[in-house]
Design a protein around this ligand. Structure first.
Ligand code: UDP
Length: 334
């Protein structure tokens, strides 16, 4: 709420895992929030605690379609586009929809930003680097993506979304920010997300076998949701010259095997580990170079893996992860 003027923010994909945390953070800053979500992978239960907040509203709509005028504020100051299934299992279930969400959906939201003079932030992804040949990944790296493989609907969709977003900037049609988000975890992940963090925790908690795809030597870098949301807010608020795409993620890299060992230790689970086939085009290594975010936004992740995993385990063990307020669960984990 700068200069005493209330800001109106649209969050597309606001019922999703990261989107719902972002809605919380924006409201906590005194902003008014309209969430647009098709509830494909997002859940109303992630927003239930906001239903009585007069500054919050929800529109069930698919960003692929023309956005309904009804329910939108007269003036929108900022648009965050987080609309797209992000887990390989979910985004590959309907690849055409995934591609169109990124291309048509981003275009519709950019046009809305143009009409309102709103600043637009695209949540892009580390997947635009594909199976990277340079390590860690800097924003100047153009990537190594298989454009015909099963991940392409998401990877190439996001690459097209980035191109479109920067074309709006170049054409003077909207002021834009692009965040390249690396693996993120935390409360409100879906138990059926299919991600390594959600799978390992749910499997460890119910004593079933932990699935490691391949030998587990592939690496990822895992960022806690609250840290990531802080990065998104800082990037949207950044008033300097166009920064280009900005990596947001945790630079601490570990193997999938190490992650599973940590989950087993923290849960005290005696689950066995089973190995399954590595998915097609699964990246071997991934770690963000976050120098740009550090220099421009003064941002770096604060939450240790142990703290973040404990909060996430507490979330999943308290219920199916659907109905709880993560703040309460995190406090209970300490
Ligand atoms: N993975 C795994 N077991 C699982 C789910 C995923 O070993 O039950 C692996 C997956 O093959 C990948 C890594 O964990 O190498 C991270 O996968 P995730 O789906 O969490 O994110 P991605 O980085 O692929 O988007």
């Amino acid at each position: 709420m700068k200069n005493g003027k209330v800001k109106h923010v649209l969050v597309a994909g606001g019922a999703g895992f990261l989107g719902s945390h972002l809605c919380d953070a924006l409201l906590a800053e005194g902003m008014h929030v309209v969430c647009v979500d098709n509830l494909c992978t997002g859940r109303r239960s992630s927003l239930r605690h906001l239903e009585r907040d007069a500054r919050f509203s929800f529109i069930e709509a698919d960003v692929i379609d023309a956005l309904p005028g009804r329910g939108l504020p007269r003036h929108i100051d900022m648009i965050f586009n987080l609309a797209c299934a992000a887990s390989p299992v979910h985004y590959q279930a309907d690849p055409e929809h995934t591609m169109l969400t990124n291309v048509m959906g981003t275009c519709n939201l950019l046009r809305l930003a143009e009409a309102h003079g709103a600043r637009f932030l695209l949540s892009s992804t580390s997947e635009i680097y594909g199976d990277p040949e340079i390590h860690p990944q800097t924003e100047s790296y153009w990537g190594n993506v298989n454009s015909t493989g099963p991940r392409a609907c998401y990877d190439e969709g996001k690459r097209a979304a980035e191109a479109l977003t920067f074309d709006f900037q170049r054409g003077g049609r909207a002021e834009v920010r692009v965040a390249r988000i690396f693996n993120t975890y935390g409360p409100r992940m879906r138990a059926d997300d299919g991600r390594v963090v959600s799978n390992a925790i749910t499997q460890a908690l119910d004593g079933s076998d932990i699935t490691i795809y391949g030998d587990g030597s592939q690496t990822r870098s895992f960022c806690y949701a609250d840290d990531l949301v802080d990065g998104l807010m800082r990037l949207m608020a950044y008033d300097g010259a166009q920064p280009g795409a900005v990596n947001l993620g945790n630079p601490i890299e570990l193997t999938v095997f190490d992650l599973v060992e940590r989950v087993l230790a923290l849960t005290g689970s005696r689950s066995a580990i089973v190995h399954q086939a590595l998915p097609v085009d699964d990246p071997r290594r991934r770690r963000p170079d976050i120098s740009r975010a550090e220099a421009l936004l003064g941002w770096s992740p604060r939450t240790s893996l142990a703290t973040g995993l404990k909060a996430t385990i507490a979330w999943f063990s308290a219920s199916d992860g659907a109905e709880l307020n993560p703040t309460t669960v995190a406090a209970a984990a300490d």
